[in-house]
Design a protein around this ligand. Structure first.
Ligand SMILES: CC(C)(COP(=O)(O)OP(=O)(O)OC[C@H]1O[C@@H](n2cnc3c(N)ncnc32)[C@H](O)[C@@H]1OP(=O)(O)O)[C@@H](O)C(=O)NCCC(=O)NCCS
Length: 170
């Protein structure tokens, strides 16, 4: 059953996968799109665990690839909430590439993604409040709020409009 107030720890999650030849680009390193998809899946799972509802991605902040990831690496996407609004949730995803033979690991990416919980009609629906347990979490939430204000500002300046998706009934 969904709780009214939850902690960041209640939904944090790590998605991991061993990179194989099917994940390679034409240079033989892992394709950036594979990492972006994993990061989005990890973030969405955190948001779903918090909301106990389906979610859609509404924003992905710039994702910089600091270092290549090689086939044979274990990729770990560590994802946790930073902030929740009424219906939206910001998740920080940190990507780590580990050499399973040596245990050596490298931080390769970090990104912030925003999800919105939706009801069966595809409309935004309220999510549980988030309680911050440490000064670091409080600071992270304040920074996330600033990023969210900036995204809203950018959205208000955009000339793009959208239609809400139609939810298909089975
Ligand atoms: C999610 C969706 C239904 C929201 O519709 P909307 O008309 O923007 O709804 P609202 O204006 O009420 O915004 C809902 C929440 O989303 C947030 N939001 C909307 N667009 C945002 C953006 N670009 N960046 C950050 N937050 C955003 C709002 O701030 C609001 O948050 P809050 O309730 O916590 O204050 C609509 O944007 C949509 O369907 N988007 C497509 C999602 C999708 O298909 N994603 C898959 C990838 S293509």
């Amino acid at each position: 059953m969904s709780q009214a107030v939850k902690r960041i720890a209640d939904s944090k999650f790590t998605l991991s996968a061993l990179m194989g030849p099917q994940d390679a680009n034409s240079h033989g390193n892992v394709h950036g799109g594979i990492i972006m998809k994993m990061a989005d899946e990890a973030g969405a799972l955190v948001a779903m665990r918090h909301a106990n509802a389906p979610v859609v991605t509404v924003a992905v902040d710039s994702m910089t690839f600091l270092e290549p990831i090689y086939v044979g690496s274990l990729v770990l996407c560590h994802a946790e909430l930073t902030y929740v609004g009424r219906t939206s949730m910001e998740v920080c995803v940190k990507v780590v590439a580990e050499n399973p033979l040596t245990g050596a690991s490298r931080n390769t990416n970090q990104a912030y993604l925003v999800y919105v919980a939706i009801d069966p009609e595809g409309n935004p629906t309220p999510v549980p409040e988030l309680v911050y347990e440490t000064p670091e979490e409080e600071l992270g939430a304040a920074e996330a709020q600033e990023r969210q204000n900036y995204r809203k500002h950018q959205k208000s300046k955009s000339s793009l409009t959208h239609e809400r998706p139609t939810i298909q009934s089975e």
